[in-house]
Write a protein that binds this ligand. Structure first.
Ligand SMILES: [Zn+2]
Length: 54
């Protein structure tokens, strides 16, 4: 893999975290602590790398 691609891949997602409402599944921004859709405070935190599709 070219080094630039590796760097881009790292910057674009490997270390990012996804926040998702446990109640309705809405994906939230990192600075949102309540769901903007349903108002739930049950927010799940995932490493986005786990969800990278080929
Ligand atoms: Zn919600």
């Amino acid at each position: 893999m070219p080094i630039l691609t590796a760097v881009k891949k790292r910057l674009s997602g490997d270390t990012a975290v996804v926040y998702e409402c446990r109640n309705c599944g809405t994906v939230l921004e990192a600075n949102e602590w309540t769901c903007s859709c349903c108002g739930s405070i049950e927010i799940a935190e995932y490493e986005s790398g786990e969800y990278d599709a080929p």
